[in-house]
Design a protein around this ligand. Structure first.
Ligand code: G3P
Length: 217
């Protein structure tokens, strides 16, 4: 399973990159705003800064909601760096733009996916990634992980090559459950990734190993 970090915070991206396990970054307009990155030019510069830190795919989201605008913006974003993946919303024009970019060999990520039907459309449009938002489904008392399971089953039935990018991951158990269900990628905040490190028996065991070493030296 690929690990993406879901943030526009450069320090957090560096920290995850330094672990050596980072495969890419996802961002969205809300995450950019959270870091105080506003204005088209600043946002474009920030994407380039992110691409300098990581080796893998960096999702950059369009703001336009019409096909022509999405294509214009998407092409501008794609020209920034070859690691950029165009993130398109799961709406009619988003699917049309996805088909357009797929035919041109430009990588895409169809975002704001909340149902298996939407995931089928994204795959038919040739999306590189589909982003089901599991945490936001959990927020409204609907099992987000079940959506991952359903999409996995459907994509496997037809050998769709679109990668399932579990998004809106909130904690370590989401990551583990997504791995069990066969999500291709997960994107989550730094704390959800670092949480995987923790086990009290590891800390107790290490403390004892070090204490025993000291006894003999
Ligand atoms: O990857 C999608 C993500 O940014 C949304 O996460 O926690 O706002 O639902 P959240």
């Amino acid at each position: 399973m690929k690990f993406f970090i879901d943030t526009a915070n450069l320090d957090q991206i560096k920290e995850a990159q330094d672990l050596g396990i980072l495969d890419g970054v996802t961002t969205n307009p809300s995450l950019m705003a959270k870091e105080g990155i506003t204005g088209k030019e600043n946002i474009k510069r920030h994407y380039q800064d992110i691409c300098k830190i990581v080796d893998g795919d960096v999702s950059a989201e369009v703001i336009a909601t019409d096909m022509a605008g999405m294509i214009r913006e998407g092409e501008e974003l794609a020209s920034l760096h070859d690691q950029i993946v165009i993130k398109l919303p799961m709406i009619k024009d988003g699917i049309k733009a996805c088909t357009y970019f797929s035919k041109k060999g430009v990588k895409t990520n169809v975002t704001l996916v909340f149902s298996p039907g939407q995931a089928i459309l994204a795959a038919k449009a040739g999306a590189t990634y589909v982003s089901p938002f599991i945490g936001r489904l959990d927020d409204v008392s609907t099992d987000g992980l079940n959506l991952i399971n359903e999409i996995r089953m459907i994509y496997d039935n037809y050998n769709f090559s679109t990668q399932i990018l579990a998004a809106s991951v909130r904690h370590t158990m989401h990551i583990i459950d997504c791995a069990k269900l066969g999500a291709d990628v997960m994107t989550g905040p730094l704390h959800s990734i670092l949480g995987l490190l923790k086990h009290p028996l590891t800390d107790i065991g290490l403390e004892k190993f070090l204490a025993d070493y000291k006894k003999g030296n």
